[in-house]
Write a protein that binds this ligand. Structure first.
Ligand SMILES: [Zn+2]
Length: 244
């Protein structure tokens, strides 16, 4: 396959959809959506700006094809897809490196040791921009602390405009009473500040704290019976700012 290529799908991130009902078993708490980026492999490996999604239920252990997604799931996919910073890159594939390696081998015979340095340029550093964030999120949800910042999606209904992205800051945690109290960011656009939380520091609404069940944290989401039965909150990621 000198000029052909194969297509791979690279998982970017997986998000739990705790509060959504599985279209297959009609139970809550098992859905996970994975976002994948298309990658073509030939002489070069190229990441394309094409994101697709898969949905799996860990309760009935079923993969739910896109055709069976309801409006809420479709809308979640579209909204979250928008917030994924898509990195496109082109780099030499393993196959391409072999081709160049052979060429370099010949060159070495002729040109001597000089070429060896060049091989260093072909080193493969596969970056996983979301890996660290996923690990930290799992860690921080297991052991929440006041000051943690949650990037959340608040679903107030299945329609467009009823899904809002914002930030929560953990105010207090009361393990004995199974309560966590959070402050909501004033703006419904947490993505703007997610990469630089110093911008968000002053913008949490101290006057209107929300209290949820702490046990829900292990499912990365909250139900919101205190405000509105249909309101659901999913935690997409967690950051723990450095204490000054
Ligand atoms: Zn299911």
């Amino acid at each position: 396959m000198i000029f052909g290529f194969t297509t791979n799908y690279i998982p970017l991130k997986t998000l739990p959809l705790v509060a959504c009902v599985c279209p297959s078993c009609l139970r809550k708490g098992g859905l996970e959506m994975t976002f994948l980026q298309m990658e073509q492999n030939g002489v070069v490996t190229q990441r394309l700006p094409k994101i697709s999604g898969t949905l799996r239920c860990n309760i009935c252990e079923t993969s739910i094809p896109v055709g069976q997604w309801n409006e809420e799931l479709k809308h979640f996919f579209e909204s979250e897809k928008e917030s994924i910073p898509v990195l496109t890159s082109v780099k030499l594939s393993a196959y391409g490196k072999r081709v160049i390696g052979v060429a370099l081998g010949c060159f070495l015979l002729v040109g001597g040791i000089f070429a060896a340095d060049r091989l260093g340029l072909l080193g493969n550093k596969d970056e996983q921009p979301y890996q660290k964030e996923r690990e930290n999120t799992a860690l921080y949800l297991k052991d929440p602390k006041a000051g943690d910042i949650y990037k959340v999606v608040v679903m107030e209904g299945p329609g467009a405009g009823q899904t809002k992205y914002t930030l929560f800051k953990v105010k207090t945690i009361d393990k004995a009473a199974d309560k966590i109290t959070v402050l909501r960011h004033f703006k419904d656009s947490g993505d703007l500040t997610w990469n630089d939380l110093s911008l968000a520091a002053k913008d949490f609404d101290e006057t209107n704290p929300f209290t949820y069940a702490l046990k829900d944290l292990r499912f990365s989401g909250f139900e919101d019976p205190g405000h509105d039965k249909n309101r659901r909150v999913n935690i997409l990621a967690v950051q723990r700012p450095q204490q000054p």
